[in-house]
Ligand binder design. Structure first.
Ligand SMILES: *[C@@H]1O[C@H](CO)[C@@H](O)[C@H](O)[C@H]1NC(C)=O
Ligand SMILES: *[C@@H]1O[C@H](CO)[C@@H](O)[C@H](O)[C@H]1NC(C)=O
Ligand SMILES: *[C@@H]1O[C@H](CO)[C@@H](O)[C@H](O)[C@H]1NC(C)=O
Ligand SMILES: *[C@@H]1O[C@H](CO)[C@@H](O)[C@H](O)[C@H]1NC(C)=O
Ligand SMILES: *[C@@H]1O[C@H](CO)[C@@H](O)[C@H](O)[C@H]1NC(C)=O
Ligand SMILES: *[C@@H]1O[C@H](CO)[C@@H](O)[C@H](O)[C@H]1NC(C)=O
Ligand SMILES: *[C@@H]1O[C@H](CO)[C@@H](O)[C@H](O)[C@H]1NC(C)=O
Ligand SMILES: [Zn+2]
Length: 312
């Protein structure tokens, strides 16, 4: 029973090629198994009412003062990335134990188990899962964390409406550079070792999560309650999508869609690995500057004036 559940969860979280037990053999591109079929195949979850990803409409995000800064534990560890694998549907990196997040309006500590990527077909055909005001970004990284009290038991976590906390970072082209940032060039150098589905290789370079998240102000983000974006689509995810993007050179982005296959070396290259956006959800963010302005107006006793002029 345990083994079956573990296999099912592994499928649910990332979609391994060895999804024999539990989940149906879902895919992104064949008409028989692409994301339009998931709600029929797993109606109890994939046809739910808080499915991910979504299009974030920034003007509709409401201010929430509980969305404080995160505390990142061991995000600076140069040995926290253990191995990288081609699952047939994504590139996944297993993280070491002890990598945690807390704060950020989360109710608990959450422990990182893995991160993986979504992409399109080169930097000119974007493939992020979340879109912002309708804009799709070239890539997106998802760092998956499990509520610490479950001690890594993802079976329990996916039954809890906030059992998982996923951090999503959008990736944009760093114009006029090649091979940057160094951390991403290093990570992408492993793609040559996992060109076929099922292959994996240990990470021997010193790269930290902080290195991969370079340049992003991690105090500014969107928050909503959603789901896993792959079957079985469990509605167990507290989503955080950061406002600032990670800037990566075009040549590094392009490596993902040009070097690895969705099966053996005769199978198609892995491209456009993202689920389409799902119905909108309430999105929260840090209190906007405009509300700060409002407070200033009020404190200056200009409320009447501001009403007259329709400002603040
Ligand atoms: C998914 O398959 C359906 C048919 O089942 C088809 O209409 C749709 O275009 C396909 N979508 C993608 C992204 O391949
Ligand atoms: C999905 O849910 C909607 C109602 O929310 C229902 O009309 C539809 O039949 C369901 N689809 C499947 C495949 O269960
Ligand atoms: C991806 O882009 C390449 C080069 O532009 C093109 O040859 C290929 O057909 C594209 N693949 C898909 C699935 O669109
Ligand atoms: C995880 O939790 C489930 C449900 O409570 C339990 O049956 C299972 O034994 C646990 N698995 C592990 C590996 O502890
Ligand atoms: C990139 O290079 C082109 C051509 O050299 C130049 O026109 C453009 O302004 C540069 N863009 C940036 C963002 O530096
Ligand atoms: C990864 O691939 C490179 C280039 O093909 C090769 O030199 C290296 O030995 C491989 N590393 C591992 C750990 O397989
Ligand atoms: C690749 O996989 C296909 C489909 O599973 C199979 O028919 C073919 O023989 C495989 N090719 C190689 C070189 O292993
Ligand atoms: Zn993902």
């Amino acid at each position: 029973m345990d083994r079956l559940l573990v296999a099912l969860v592994a499928c649910a979280l990332v979609g391994s090629v060895h999804c024999a037990t539990g989940s149906f053999p879902w895919c992104y591109h064949l008409p028989t198994c692409n994301d339009t079929t998931w709600p029929t195949q797993v109606p109890q979850h994939c046809n739910g009412s808080r499915q991910s990803p979504i299009n974030i409409v920034t003007a509709d995000a409401t201010g929430d003062s509980s969305l404080t800064a995160f505390t990142f534990t061991n995000y600076d560890s140069k040995t926290a990335l253990k191995k990288v694998m081609n699952t047939g549907r994504t590139v996944k990196v297993i993280t070491d134990s002890g990598v945690q997040i807390s704060g950020g309006g989360l109710s608990d500590h959450y422990e990182s188990i893995q991160f993986h990527l979504h992409w399109g077909n080169g930097s000119s055909t974007p493939g992020s899962e979340h879109t912002v005001n309708g804009k799709r970004y070239p890539m997106e990284i998802h760092i998956v964390h499990v509520k610490a009290s479950y001690r890594g038991n993802t079976t329990q976590a996916i039954e809890d409406s906030n059992g998982l906390a996923v951090l999503g970072f959008l990736i944009e082209v760093d114009t006029n550079t090649t091979g940057l940032p160094a951390s991403w060039k290093t990570l992408s150098s492993y793609l040559a070792n996992i060109t076929e589905a099922g292959q994996e290789v240990a990470i021997s370079h010193s790269i930290s999560l902080d290195d991969l998240l370079t340049g992003v102000d991690r105090t500014k983000y969107y928050r909503y309650l959603g789901s896993l974006t792959t079957p079985t689509c469990n509605e167990a995810v507290v989503w955080t999508v950061f406002k600032e993007s990670i800037k990566v050179s075009k040549d590094v982005i392009d490596l993902f869609s040009t070097s690895i296959h969705a099966g053996n070396s005769s199978a198609p290259l892995m491209t456009n690995v993202y689920r389409s956006t799902q119905p909108a959800q309430p999105v929260r963010t840090q209190l906007a500057e405009t509300s700060g302005d409002t407070r200033t107006c009020y404190s200056l006793g200009l409320m009447a004036l501001s009403l007259l002029f329709g400002k603040c």
